[in-house]
Design a protein around this ligand. Structure first.
Ligand SMILES: Cc1ncc(COP(=O)(O)O)c(C=O)c1O
Length: 408
């Protein structure tokens, strides 16, 4: 039996595809420190957990395809904190930001249309684009330039008749770049000139550091019609498993069109929407404490890894990831080595090889995305593991004639 050519061409997620190696290491009794995935160890707001415990309906029914009114109204209140005025009918609740991205690709693009995206980018976007048969056209940002937004001219040079949108993520996964008001404004002008959309994934908007100021794309009212914002409760309230996200747009046609997909999948998760409504009522101190915690973790992990000889890191200003360039041949082979052949005092580290966070071939081969989502004790152990693991990997590469790392 053959699978479709389409699915055969999709990538397996670099965030998760090495999990079998991690499982095997765990079976051997090795503690795997998971820096590969944005799964925080932070507590979900107690309001949300209580709401789940208090769910007391006789049965769990389908809800509205666009999501429950209470949640959409709650979000409108929440967006006010970011100076954005949004009405409930400008929000569609989705099964995570992941579904929001898929719906948006399907809604805006025909097969072989193009979406321009700064690379490296959140790797699963490749699969969402491939599902909709959309070509991602990359504009490369570089670790040596702290991954700042490439020039507007570089974006403009890539616009073709097939370009439907530019897609950004701010604060950025994986680079940690936070787009300034000026950068967003320049891109919006460009979008207006070519009559295309600007999609901004803002799922990390709470997490900005070093005084970096977050600007929501929803505040650019003069461009309202061409703006689409992707949102999610996963990271903000550490409720990744709840699978609640949203598409937010003043463009009614976008939401009305996406509604065909929303209706076909019936509705977003029911109990989790109840939890999400409650999470929005968590006190401001909850978010501020979480933000401070990530900032501490970032400081610790970035300086720890920067001190490892040969490692290059771009200090992130937001989200909870950064890209590290290792002094090795191939980050994926190094990752397999760490999981299969290495441990330090019973620990090892899993990270996400970064090559598939790029479209341009051969970029990112020696890089990895690191998530600083675990407590500082774990992160300290992770630094030591990486330092010792790098030494061991390089020794092995030198000792074995013709050794070029590990085949999976
Ligand atoms: C930038 C970005 N967008 C969207 C998502 C999807 O999140 P979810 O589907 O859990 O809402 C993620 C998850 O890591 C992400 O990093």
């Amino acid at each position: 039996m053959q699978m479709s050519k389409r699915i055969s061409s999709f990538q397996a997620s670099p965030i998760r595809r090495l999990v079998p190696y991690a499982r095997a290491a765990e079976k051997k009794g090795i503690h795997v420190i998971h820096l590969n995935i944005g799964q925080p160890d932070i507590r979900t707001p107690e309001e949300a957990i209580k709401a789940v415990h208090g769910y007391n309906e006789p049965y769990i029914a389908y809800g509205l395809s666009e999501g429950e009114p209470e949640l959409r109204e709650g979000l409108c209140e929440y967006y006010k904190k970011y100076n954005a005025t949004v009405a409930p009918d400008e929000i569609m609740i989705t099964t995570g930001g992941s579904e929001a991205l898929q719906f948006v690709f399907m809604t805006l693009c025909d097969p072989y249309d193009e979406v321009i995206i700064p690379e490296p980018f959140y790797t699963n976007v490749s699969t969402f684009a491939a599902t909709a048969m959309v070509n991602l056209v990359p504009v490369t940002s570089r670790i040596d330039d702290a991954f700042v937004l490439p020039s507007i001219e570089e974006f403009e040079a890539r616009i073709s008749k097939k370009t439907m949108a530019i897609l950004l993520c701010s604060p950025n996964n994986p680079t940690g770049h936070v787009y300034t008001r000026q950068e967003l404004s320049d891109l919006l002008q460009l979008c207006k000139k070519y009559d295309i959309f600007l999609i901004v994934d803002e799922v990390y908007r709470e997490f900005c550091y070093d005084g970096a100021k977050f600007t929501s794309v929803l505040t650019f009212e003069e461009y309202a019609d061409r703006i689409i914002c992707i949102d999610s409760f996963s990271k903000r309230f550490s409720m990744c498993g709840a699978r609640i996200g949203a598409i937010v747009s003043h463009n009614k046609e976008v939401l009305a069109s996406a509604m065909k997909l929303a209706q076909a999948r019936l509705c977003p998760p029911a109990i989790e929407q109840v939890a999400a409504v409650a999470a929005l009522k968590a006190p401001e101190e909850y978010i501020e404490a979480v933000r401070e915690e990530y900032e501490r973790r970032r400081n610790m992990l970035v300086s720890g890894i920067q001190e490892i000889p040969g490692c290059k890191v771009s200090r992130p200003k937001g989200a909870f990831y950064f890209v590290v360039d290792f002094p090795i041949d191939d980050a994926e082979k190094f990752s397999v080595f760490m999981l299969r052949d290495f441990s330090w005092e019973g620990n090892t580290v899993m990270f996400a090889p970064a090559e598939d966070f790029y479209v341009t071939k051969h970029l990112g081969k020696t890089q990895a995305r690191i998530a600083y989502v675990l407590n500082e004790d774990e992160l300290r152990k992770a630094v030591k593991c990486l330092e010792e693991g790098l030494k061991a990997y390089r020794r092995k590469c030198c000792n074995q004639q013709g050794f070029s790392g590990y085949n999976q």
